[in-house]
Design a binder for this molecule. Structure first.
Ligand SMILES: Nc1ncnc2c1ncn2[C@@H]1O[C@H](COP(=O)(O)OP(=O)(O)OP(=O)(O)O)[C@@H](O)[C@H]1O
Length: 298
């Protein structure tokens, strides 16, 4: 149940200009059946389309429901946080929303394009940092990001320039020639992020982008994402760090047990409390620790 009334109006959200070279799919005619599909998308008014719309998204594993018919509207130009306890269904939801995991039921639209009916067009609009997906780790960091750009159909010269810029922005220049298999967890996260950014997508979906990343790199990544959002891009991040989400995001959804418990602007959801306190209140699960008396040294 969503306990904060949520409007898909992007009020208070940074402007509508978009990152430089993205959006080809939206300006070109939709794939066969696409026009019909676009007009059917919830909130699909031409200039006011949410960046991402989930309706009735459902997934079960081995007879157990992981995501229970969730609805979500991510306004265009928003910095949207997705928070929830371990096993809440965040990764499963984001995987379905980005075309990586087929839903049992429900639909997803990215800027009005049905992700599962028009995968190529939809994926052109998205940059994805998935959780735990294997990279081509026998490539060097530089080769991996270059490959991601070429795979997106970009010309070699642009790819070269952007790879250089991204490696510098993410402090990976000196490790550019190192094989990804030899990267640390944080370096792997950063090179995967660079691969997600290279084609300047309209929507970035990042599963735990700050996990294992050192504080300086995390601050650099935050700057990159903030400036991306202020130029009109949309970022969706999942995170367990409430303080970070409260400072960085303008919208947030709390999910637990595969359900959306609250969604809206960060101020609406936290309703005067800190996001962390509100999260604990919504999700519950705090325990007394008497049972671990043996762990105390005295
Ligand atoms: N491939 C899978 N096979 C079986 N069960 C799965 C699979 N993927 C996820 N699940 C189950 O679905 C539920 C939701 O998992 P999910 O990874 O989406 O949670 P999460 O919110 O991302 O958790 P965390 O914060 O720990 O990363 C969990 O109960 C998990 O055990």
């Amino acid at each position: 149940m969503t306990d904060v009334p949520y409007s898909s109006s992007p009020s208070g959200v940074p402007g509508a200009a978009r990152p430089a070279d993205s959006g080809a799919a939206e300006s070109s005619p939709a794939a066969p059946g696409g026009a019909e599909n676009l007009s059917a998308a919830p909130g699909a008014a031409a200039d006011n389309r949410p960046a991402l719309v989930l309706r009735g998204l459902t997934k079960g594993f081995n007879g157990k429901v992981a995501v229970n018919s969730i609805d979500l509207d991510v306004p265009s130009g928003s910095f949207y946080g997705l928070v929830g306890p371990n096993g809440a269904g965040k990764t499963t939801s984001l995987s379905m929303a980005t075309g990586l995991l087929r839903p049992d039921a429900g639909s997803v639209w990215v800027h009005g394009i049905n992700v599962w009916e028009h995968q190529l067009q939809a994926k052109r609009l998205m940059g994805i940092l998935p959780d735990g997906v294997r990279l081509f780790d026998r490539l060097s960091g530089e080769q991996l990001v270059t490959y991601a750009g070429l795979l997106r159909g970009m010309d070699r010269e642009t790819v070269k320039e952007r790879v250089r810029d991204l490696l510098a922005a993410l402090d990976l220049v000196k490790d550019a020639g190192t094989l990804v298999v030899d990267y640390s967890a944080g370096m792997t996260k950063k090179i995967a992020l660079a691969s997600a950014l290279i084609h300047a997508p309209r929507v970035l979906v990042l599963d735990e982008p700050f996990e294992s990343v050192d504080p300086v790199s995390a601050a650099n990544i935050r700057d990159i994402l903030q400036s991306y959002v202020s130029s009109g891009g949309t970022v969706i991040v999942s995170s367990h760090v409430m303080d970070l989400v409260q400072r960085m995001c303008d919208h947030v959804a709390v999910i637990a047990g595969g359900n959306v418990l609250a969604a809206g602007t960060v101020d609406e959801v936290r309703s005067g409390a800190s996001l962390e306190d509100r999260f604990v209140q919504l999700v519950g699960g705090r325990h007394e620790t008497e049972g671990l008396a043996w762990l105390r040294s005295s």
